[in-house]
Design a protein around this ligand. Structure first.
Ligand code: 13P
Length: 241
């Protein structure tokens, strides 16, 4: 059975002070959180550094939002897997559509980052998803399969999470119907050798749709943007029924 992983992607939000305030409040909502799910905060690098000191283990895992494939070197603005694991980071989001759109991420660079992240003991959360134009042109399946096959060349499917995030549903309030998300995620699963890979849905996940999303047979978690910034709101999502 795939492990359930509910991850908040804070994107470029929260200073160290704001991250600590969030944590204080958020932790108080986790007492009743069932053990059947992993809770992950994918925070900016500076916030990760301070959160890791405050977590002391517990049930929250930390995730980064990018990682470079080299161990070190002249790569201004990048970060290595060692630098992340040293401060207790477990997960890393790779190939988010915003990185593909604004920072030139391609299936090839996604693949390099995934392989090296796994080598250093990080669990990659690989993001895939089609644009509105691609969906309207009937290209959803083609786009997703290309991203999965390109991103997974020579990748160990053991420590791996995939997030299906249709671009048109990100930050728009327009959620992909849960049955449709389930269908596409089923298609992604057909591309994999390991049936235990966790596949999340992402895109306008909110307290009022998380229960329905998590009731779908193929969906093993959520990657949550805007709704992960408020501790009470994200706690309701984490504590889905
Ligand atoms: O991009 C996302 C998570 O990675 C989704 O963002 P929203 O939940 O704000 O739509």
């Amino acid at each position: 059975m795939p492990k359930v992983v509910i991850a908040g992607n804070w994107k470029m939000h929260k200073t160290q002070r704001e991250a600590l305030e969030f944590l204080q409040d958020f932790k108080s909502h986790l007492d009743e959180t069932p053990d059947d799910r992993e809770v992950v905060l994918c925070a900016p690098f500076t916030a990760l550094a301070v959160l890791s000191k405050t977590l002391h283990g517990g049930r929250i895992r930390l995730g980064a939002q990018n990682v470079h494939w080299e161990k070190s070197g002249a790569y201004t603005g990048e970060i290595s897997a060692d630098m992340l694991t040293e401060i207790g980071v477990h997960y890393v989001v790779i190939g988010h559509s915003e990185r593909r759109q604004y920072f030139g991420e391609t299936d090839e660079t996604v693949n390099l980052r995934v392989i090296s992240a796994q080598k250093q003991g990080l669990i990659p959360i690989i993001c895939v998803g089609e644009s509105k134009a691609q969906r309207d042109a009937g290209e959803t399946e083609k786009v997703i399969i290309k991203q999965i096959q390109g991103g997974l060349v020579n990748v160990d499917q053991k420590n791996l999470v995939i997030a299906y995030e249709p671009i048109w549903a990100i930050g728009t309030g327009e959620t992909c119907e849960s049955e449709e998300a389930n269908r596409v995620i089923g298609l992604i699963r057909q591309q994999l050798d390991n049936p235990d890979v966790t596949i999340q849905y992402g895109g306008s996940v909110k307290p009022d749709n998380i229960d329905e999303i998590m009731a779908q047979s193929q969906i093993n978690g959520a990657l949550v943007g805007g709704a992960s910034l408020d501790p009470t709101v994200f706690a309701r999502i984490v504590n889905y029924r």
